[in-house]
Write a protein that binds this ligand. Structure first.
Ligand SMILES: [Zn+2]
Length: 296
């Protein structure tokens, strides 16, 4: 497995892959990112642990770092914490995706009047992934103002990365049971459960087994940091066998308190722990499945 960021790109190529495809990382307007970084500076208060951001760098440098890590395609996700922001963030993300070679255009949506209009316009403009953050947004994913948006995402066939688990912090409407009600209304929705539903990993796997378009992303899962606050079940590799090709690389770059390679080490550890996983599993998680969801 890759010992450090410096070894990562070469290690990925040794698997026979052209590079990594990361379905869950973040680029945002700098004013918004500065606020996010200030929030993480107070992490001891919010999460009960320090959260020193590893890649606190100018935007252009962050793009270069991803290239050096061997990330060849990625979904730079934005999300709103209050009404009146999602359209602006989406316009920024569409522009960023268009002007940044390895990025895809993405969108976000918030339950508010006009949500279906700006989201529909974004999907028509080529958005390839939509992020919804139920905990930060503090909204109910079943909100009737969101219902047409879920329908549009399902119809477009683009993945919705949904942070709806209780970790790392609970929200008023977090919980996989609650999100499953959205899935029952929109069975054609391609949903990606952010952080593999942390801390309810087994529930997330079972949810995915009930809904064939539900995927899990690896974001922060199995890292030393997360194992301290939300450890994986002992039979996690066996659960991954059941899950088949429905787990995708996500990292939360740049807002992570460890090297990017550490996330990949965690994934490589799962692959090595069960003979039924191995390198084919790594090729699917790190490249094939996220690329398929992003439309190639
Ligand atoms: Zn994230």
């Amino acid at each position: 497995m890759p010992g450090s960021d410096a070894e990562l790109a070469r290690w990925v190529r040794s698997l026979g892959l052209p590079g990594l495809v990361d379905l869950h990382l973040h680029f945002m307007p700098q004013s918004v990112l500065d606020k996010v970084w200030r929030y993480f500076d107070q992490a001891a208060q919010h999460y009960g642990t320090e959260w020193p951001i590893q890649y606190r760098l100018p935007e252009q440098r962050r793009v270069e770092v991803l290239g050096e890590l061997g990330v060849i395609r990625y979904a730079p996700l934005v999300y709103a914490h209050k009404p009146g922001m999602a359209q602006w963030l989406t316009e920024w993300a569409l522009d960023f995706g268009a002007r940044t070679p390895c990025a895809v255009p993405t969108a976000t949506v918030f339950p508010e009047p006009g949500a279906a209009d700006y989201l529909g316009a974004a999907l028509e403009a080529g958005a390839r992934c939509v992020k919804l953050h139920v905990q930060v947004g503090g909204f109910d994913p079943r909100d009737e103002l969101l219902d047409p948006a879920w329908g549009l995402i399902a119809e477009a066939g683009v993945p919705a990365v949904v942070h709806c688990g209780h970790g790392p912090a609970r929200g008023k409407y977090t919980g996989l049971d609650l999100f499953e009600q959205v899935l029952r209304r929109h069975p054609r929705l391609t949903a990606v459960l952010a952080h593999a539903g942390m801390p309810d990993y087994e529930t997330a796997v079972r949810l995915a087994l009930r809904h064939e378009r539900v995927h899990l992303d690896t974001t922060m899962v199995g890292t030393g940091f997360s194992e301290d606050i939300a450890p994986l079940p002992a039979d996690w590799p066996a659960l991954l066998v059941e899950l088949g090709d429905r787990i995708v690389l996500g990292s939360d770059f740049p807002n992570i308190p460890y090297e990017y390679a550490h996330q990949v080490q965690a994934i490589a550890g799962w692959a090595a722990a069960d003979d039924r996983l191995g390198e084919p599993f790594l090729r699917r998680v790190l490249h094939d499945t996220p690329l398929r969801l992003l439309g190639g």
